[in-house]
Design a protein around this ligand. Structure first.
Ligand code: NAD
Length: 471
């Protein structure tokens, strides 16, 4: 029986391994993590992450051929294939701080693998890493390899949170990069055989190591760039009377461009887009390509600008002050169908409004009060662009309360900011909400999900991103 071990039981490691276990009953899959709480949650009925369809997959395989453990050394030493899916955040200090990927967790994982291995292993980069990381890992693994053959593969993950299970069941592609040696090609074949249990062969792409590593950064940079492009257009639409939805529809009809990922919004978030672009910027700079670095930096600058623009619109629409006014914030997660708040635009928007002394009442169906309070208390790490937001004082953070119902959040509010596109916000009883709000009652739709015309009929003043403004 082939044995797989995955280091890192997070948003990627957990769901990815659960799907491999489901689709390959003949393979034993053990997910290990240094966090005891995370592993305990994976072994309980309350999984550590919310992801549609995940509970069912885990229930079916856990205890059969899927296991979660904190005994890293035992399972690494027994495995044939080791996935490493640890976090690779942006460095916050030292060389490359604010841009480069922090590979501390990766290095410690690689050293542990080197220490405990007694037989040949395939080591798979599942985390998103800078191009050429495999070279460094090879050095660490082979330095004291005791005759063991380690083959490093790059197999970046392209799942999106909120649709992770669907994406894993039916991936657009599975990318596997390896060395061009016979051993490297054999390792690629072994990993392809795992995916071939359910992924059509023509979707499994084999490349060299550096192409695979760089493709993941490139894919995230392209996706984020599309969002910044449409958001940049949304600002121009508001200034000219064009409608960004109509422009996106017309542009997306061009088959060379395509219709997906063209929704204007308050900005992108999540743990990956900004981190991976900063990483790309750093790699460009290190390779003597400052113009290319500047090109990608602009994607983040537009994203920051979009959040600032949104805050400014809220304040200017509400007669240039939100001081003491109650504002309901609907949605805090960085997108719907996840409880993940890493880099969510809601953090910057809430901080901007708190900075203007608003009182916030925040509701999100999947995000806990602790998470929100922690996110608002932490000061944002500044990279090399000016940030409009000042550090939050504890008093300002206290001006934000978290409630468990959209109606409670909006009661007596002067305005509503919709910051996550949760389906339930589309079908709220807006007449009831309007009746219980201060007047004039404002809606600022940061995701363009509500029917603005209907809300205007009720009496709301509505701002939608990139749409003609209410007079
Ligand atoms: P995460 O923070 O949710 O999970 C990482 C886990 O690794 C944590 O539970 C941590 O305790 C564990 N860990 C750290 N060091 C360890 C070690 N030495 N041994 C064992 N476990 C260790 O992160 P994530 O969102 O799952 O992302 C993991 C990687 O995948 C990152 O590189 C990320 O960029 C990439 N990625 C993320 C997504 C996404 O949507 N979240 C998608 C594609 C790729």
């Amino acid at each position: 029986m082939v044995k797989i071990c995955c280091l890192g039981a997070g948003y990627v490691g957990g769901p990815t391994m659960a799907v491999i276990a489901l689709k390959c009953p003949s393979i034993e899959v053990v997910v290990v993590d240094i966090s005891q709480t995370r592993i305990a949650a994976w072994n309980s009925d309350q999984l550590p992450i919310y992801e549609p369809g995940l509970d069912e997959v885990v229930k079916e395989c856990r205890g059969r051929n899927l296991f979660f453990s904190t005994d890293l050394e035992k399972h690494v030493s027994e495995a044939d294939i080791i996935f490493v899916s640890v976090n690779t955040p942006t460095k916050t200090r030292g060389l490359g701080a604010g841009k480069a990927a922090d590979l501390t967790y990766w290095e410690s994982a690689a050293r542990m693998i080197a220490d405990v291995s007694k037989s040949d292993k395939i080591v798979v980069e599942k985390s998103t890493v800078p191009v050429k990381t495999a070279e460094a890992i090879e050095k660490i693994l082979t330095h004291n390899s005791k005759g063991i053959n380690f083959q490093i593969l790059s197999n970046p993950e392209f799942l999106a949170e909120g649709t992770a299970i669907q994406d894993l069941f039916n991936p657009d592609r599975v990318l596997i990069g390896g060395r061009e040696t016979p051993e490297g090609q054999k390792a690629i074949q072994s990993l392809s055989d795992v995916y071939a249990h359910w992924v059509p062969k023509d979707r499994i792409i084999a490349t060299n190591l550096w192409s695979a590593e760089l493709s993941k950064l490139a894919a995230n940079a392209f996706l984020a760039q599309r969002i910044s492009s449409v958001n940049a257009m949304s600002a121009l639409c508001e200034a000219t009377g064009a409608d960004v939805a109509e422009v996106a529809h017309a542009v997306g009809k061009d088959t060379r461009i395509g219709p997906k990922f063209l929704n204007a919004s308050v900005g992108f978030g999540g743990s990956c887009f900004q981190k991976d672009i900063l990483n790309l910027v750093y790699i460009c700079e290190c390779n003597g390509l400052p113009e290319v670095a500047n090109y990608w930096k602009q994607v983040i600058k537009i994203n920051d600008y979009q959040k600032t623009r949104f805050v400014n619109r809220v304040v200017s629409s509400m007669f240039n002050t939100v001081s003491g006014k109650k504002i309901a914030v609907l949605g805090f997660a960085f997108k719907k169908d996840t409880g993940d708040t890493r880099e969510t635009p809601a953090i910057d928007v809430c901080k901007g409004l708190l900075g203007d002394k608003a009182r916030l009442s925040i509701y999100d169906p999947q995000v806990t009060e602790d998470q929100i309070q922690r996110d608002l208390s932490l000061n944002k790490f500044e990279w090399d662009h000016p940030i409009h937001l000042q550090p939050m004082s504890p008093t300002s953070v206290k001006q934000a309360t978290v409630v468990w119902d959209a109606y409670e959040a909006t009661k007596d509010a002067h305005g509503i900011c919709i910051l996550t596109e949760w389906d339930e916000f589309k079908t709220l009883d807006y007449q009831r909400i309007f009746d219980n709000m201060q007047k004039p009652a404002f809606v600022f739709d940061g995701r363009n999900i509500v029917n603005a015309d209907k809300l205007r009929e009720i009496g709301f003043i509505v701002y939608s991103i990139g749409k003609p403004l209410d007079s």
